[in-house]
Design a protein around this ligand. Structure first.
Ligand SMILES: Nc1ncnc2c1ncn2[C@@H]1O[C@H](COP(=O)(O)OP(=O)(O)OP(=O)(O)O)[C@@H](O)[C@H]1O
Length: 266
């Protein structure tokens, strides 16, 4: 049997994404190996969400190759691939109907559907309710998506991602809108999830270095739609690299097992 232990979970080569005459991604190469957990950093508008949207088939790339969990974009039904990718992104917020019941929004994550069409089994509903309870949102099960606060929406999207039988979990600014306590609880849970046996590979898009938990092994830094740096946390996460990425003098400090970034001479 072929040895697939070193097969990448995500593999992107020469990815270009252009819209309305804008070159948003300009030839991105990126490989996520099994067991690696990545953070994506980069200034506003550098293309982080566009990269995630191309990876998950929510946006069509202009050129390049994308392989997710062994399936190549264009050769596989992307709806099937999505079932193996847990995704938490505010992009989904605009796709979900305001009248979608929260329990359905979570349950539909099993089939990676947006807005529940048809029936889901009682078993899946029970699982969705249990997940909502686990994340402290059981009280929202019978509410509608449209009335939730921003923080509640993030938590529901996290529950939804957990419903999929994912091999990779992509989190695009998952802490946006979470209060400080909810954020620390969420990060603690993420660290546990990443270090559990058989954990999925994780990709975290963030602006905040303090969210880079010890479980993260690699960092991708984007700047103006291109890869500025890509490699292990030790190689990439430096004051020099982040200063270049954000175009300002920054000092990165590691305190305990978390990081802190300070703008020098603000
Ligand atoms: N359909 C489009 N037409 C023109 N420009 C677009 C389109 N979609 C995205 N962009 C531009 O592409 C750039 C990258 O956007 P993207 O959302 O990927 O950035 P980001 O790195 O996730 O930013 P942020 O950190 O602010 O969330 C932005 O400048 C955005 O305005």
């Amino acid at each position: 049997m072929a040895d697939t232990s070193n097969a990448p979970v995500l593999n992107i080569s020469g990815l270009r994404y252009e819209r309305n005459d804008r070159k948003i991604l300009k030839g991105v190469d990126w490989r996520v190996g099994a067991g690696e957990h990545w953070v994506i950093l980069g200034p506003n508008g550098c293309g982080k969400t566009s990269l995630i949207n191309c990876l998950t088939g929510y946006e069509m790339s202009t050129a390049g190759d994308i392989t997710v969990d062994g399936s190549e974009f264009g050769r596989t039904d992307w709806r099937e691939v999505r079932k193996r990718v847990g995704l938490v992104t505010s992009t989904l917020t605009s796709y979900l109907e305001p009248g979608e019941p929260v329990l359905d929004a979570v349950a539909s994550g099993r089939e990676a559907m947006l807005n529940l069409v048809g029936e889901v089994s009682a078993e899946v509903r029970t699982e969705a309710r249990a997940l909502l309870e686990r994340i402290g949102c059981g009280y929202l099960a019978d509410s509608f998506w449209g009335v939730l606060s921003q923080g509640e929406r993030q938590k529901i999207l996290i529950c939804r991602a957990l419903m999929s039988k994912y091999h990779v979990l992509i989190l695009d600014e998952p802490c946006a809108g979470l209060d400080p306590v909810a954020r620390e609880h969420f990060l603690g849970w993420l660290q546990q999830l990443a270090t559990a046996p058989g954990a999925p590979s994780m990709v975290l898009v963030t602006h905040h270095v303090e969210e880079i938990l010890p479980c993260f092994t690699h960092v991708l830094v984007l700047k103006q739609g291109a890869v500025l740096a890509s490699g292990t946390k030790q190689e990439v996460l430096t004051s020099e690299c982040l200063s270049e990425a954000y175009g300002a003098p920054l000092s990165l400090e590691a305190g305990g097992d978390r990081y802190r970034l300070t703008l020098l001479n603000p």
